[in-house]
Ligand binder design. Structure first.
Ligand SMILES: [Zn+2]
Length: 249
């Protein structure tokens, strides 16, 4: 029974029996993991705060074959991200991010880019002073879409492949990008967008959280972009459910 040590973000904790909990974590070496923490809810638990929600921790667990849940034997906090735990807006954004990672990444599939995105998002969120929670959730959604392989095509029509103009633009989540006016009948869904929406989507995918921190958008634009990223992730992952209902639906 190999003993494994890895760093991870704690994304969800569910009470289990009288004093234990089952934790979903995203780890550096194994991607998404389900972990059983025996006695973790006891005051004197040696697991301490290492498995608290949104902590970044080094954990040790036993990896048994043919099991879906592994038992944690030790957890040490590397960064508690206290500010995320103590601020309602930050907590809600981190919950949205966790929901996306838990819903959209496969179990035990290492992905250094997703791990890195999570690290950057939590670090930014923890230190942010003034930020727009809804916008930050949308930015994270677009960045994650790229890493999951759902990056939208933004400069040519997804149907005819011709370069699109700056007018009469539509976005088709099911087809994964922009549709020109001549091809709208060819796609199952479409949302009217404008050239600024395209610029925002590009910026969300290409720029850092820090450089986007000052950006402020109207509630109408955020609603539209939130709808687009929700639909893009639903169509890309073929899941029949909405994501981040607090911000996007
Ligand atoms: Zn076209």
């Amino acid at each position: 029974m190999p003993i494994i040590k890895t760093n991870c973000f704690i994304l969800r904790g569910i009470k289990y029996k009288e004093s234990s909990k089952i934790v979903t974590a995203y780890s550096q070496d194994y991607g998404k993991l389900s972990l059983l923490a025996r006695g973790a809810r006891r005051i004197k638990s040696k697991l301490g705060s290492g498995l608290d929600l949104f902590s970044y921790s080094e954990i040790i667990f036993y990896k048994r074959e043919n099991r879906e849940i592994y038992t944690v034997s030790n957890a040490e906090v590397i960064d508690p991200y206290s500010s995320i735990k103590n601020d309602m807006d930050k907590f809600n954004v981190a919950s949205c991010i966790s929901e996306l990672i838990i819903s959209l990444t496969p179990r035990e599939h290492e992905n250094e880019y997703i791990f890195d995105l999570l690290r950057k998002a939590f670090a930014y969120l923890d230190s942010a002073v003034e930020f727009d929670p809804q916008l930050l959730s949308i930015i994270f959604g677009f960045k994650l879409a790229v890493l999951l392989g759902y990056k939208p095509m933004l400069h040519s029509c997804v149907v005819c492949k011709n370069k699109t103009s700056t007018q009469n633009l539509y976005f088709s989540p099911s087809s994964g990008g922009i549709v020109c006016p001549d091809c709208t009948a060819e796609v199952r869904d479409r949302v009217k967008i404008d050239v600024d929406d395209v610029k925002y989507m590009e910026a969300f995918m290409g720029r850092t959280f820090e450089s986007l921190g000052e950006l402020r958008l109207s509630s109408v634009i955020k609603k539209k972009l939130g709808h687009l990223i929700n639909r893009l992730l639903i169509e890309g992952s073929e899941k029949e459910r909405n994501f981040c209902a607090r911000y996007w639906v």
